[in-house]
Design a protein around this ligand. Structure first.
Ligand SMILES: [Zn+2]
Ligand SMILES: [Zn+2]
Length: 324
């Protein structure tokens, strides 16, 4: 950004050289994505460097640079979340992976407003592949219905200037825009809860309903993750190439005699079996063609499963049981 003041007391030439080098350093790290292991020591180093550079850029009122660094932070977060979610799925921590995938989807949507995801047309940071794989994994998850919260919003404030805002009283900052290296959002500060309902297309996909055991109070993950498990078991690396085709296939209803009358209908409608296809002869059902190459690509490093340090399953509930 242009500076209308004298620059002699501002950025020194040596600082500029250092900044340029540091940014190249970050870019190199982001481009090395396919050889990075989860939780490698360089990640936190790069995170700290980006935060520090952004702080300096804001201090010098270099808005364009601050915005670029915000973009790099988002890229880095997406990449790391994606790699982690891949190994979480491999180890059966499905709900945690699901939440990470949703975070990636939202971050990429926001990032796309400010940044060319395909980076020089070569997908250097693998963001297009992350987006494709994220969507494919999401389709293989068994979650069909979500909790959705209906509310009346009374008060909102701007995350940048903290001023209370309303439709008639905007503050001038635009939601989704980057100001001094931070994205503007409208924060709800006061709302009345109207209802919680079950919906198929929620605003937030992490609101997956789980069953609670009446006797023990424990949350039980009752979902069947067979498709996801099949896919990740056969993928060697988070960036192995694979394809997913979903086709509708005709099946005999009598093939589903094991499905309870009150369970979801196997056709995937999210209605109860007894209220949907139970009396028909055939039903139409999604069939997943998971296309996985026999060998990983030559540019892929060796299998990374070994040596991945894992903590506890990252479920939102302390006492959840893993439905693997
Ligand atoms: Zn504002
Ligand atoms: Zn049905």
């Amino acid at each position: 950004m242009e500076n209308e003041f004298c620059t002699c007391q501002g950025v020194r030439e040596t600082d500029l050289v250092q900044t340029k080098e540091s940014i190249e350093h970050i870019e190199q790290h982001l481009a090395n994505i396919t050889s990075r292991k989860p939780g490698n020591s360089r990640d936190s180093e790069i995170t700290r460097l980006t935060v520090e550079l952004k702080r300096q850029a804001v201090e010098n009122d270099e808005q364009a640079l601050a915005k670029t660094l915000w973009c790099y932070q988002a890229v880095h977060r997406c990449q790391n979340k994606y790699i982690h979610s891949f190994y979480d799925m491999k180890e059966g921590y499905y709900y945690g992976a699901w939440c990470a995938l949703e975070h990636i989807e939202n971050t990429l949507d926001a990032l796309e407003q400010h940044f060319e995801l395909d980076v020089d047309g070569k997908d250097s940071y693998k963001l297009l592949q992350i987006r494709k794989n994220t969507e494919q994994f999401q389709r293989l998850f068994p979650y069909k219905l979500f909790n959705s919260i209906g509310a009346v919003i009374h008060e909102m404030k701007c995350s940048i200037c903290e001023r209370p805002i309303s439709l008639r009283n905007p503050c001038g900052h635009r939601a989704g825009e980057i100001y001094s290296g931070e994205m503007c959002s409208k924060v709800i500060t006061k709302a009345d809860l109207l209802e919680v309902s079950l919906v198929e297309r929620p605003a937030q996909k992490y609101t997956v309903p789980f069953i609670v055991d009446k006797n023990t109070g424990k949350t039980i993950d009752h979902y069947n993750y067979a498709y996801i498990q099949y896919a990740v078991d056969n993928l060697q690396h988070p960036f192995s190439q694979w394809d997913l085709k979903v086709r509708r296939r005709k099946r005999l209803v009598s093939d589903f005699s094991h499905v309870g009358r009150n369970d979801y209908c196997p056709c995937g409608s999210t209605r109860k079996f007894k209220k949907c296809c139970i009396r028909k002869k055939y039903l139409m059902r999604n069939h997943f063609d998971i296309g996985i190459p026999v060998k990983p690509g030559e540019d892929m490093p060796a299998v990374l499963d070994n040596g991945v340090v894992r903590g506890k399953p990252r479920f939102p509930f302390e006492n959840v049981e893993n439905g693997k």
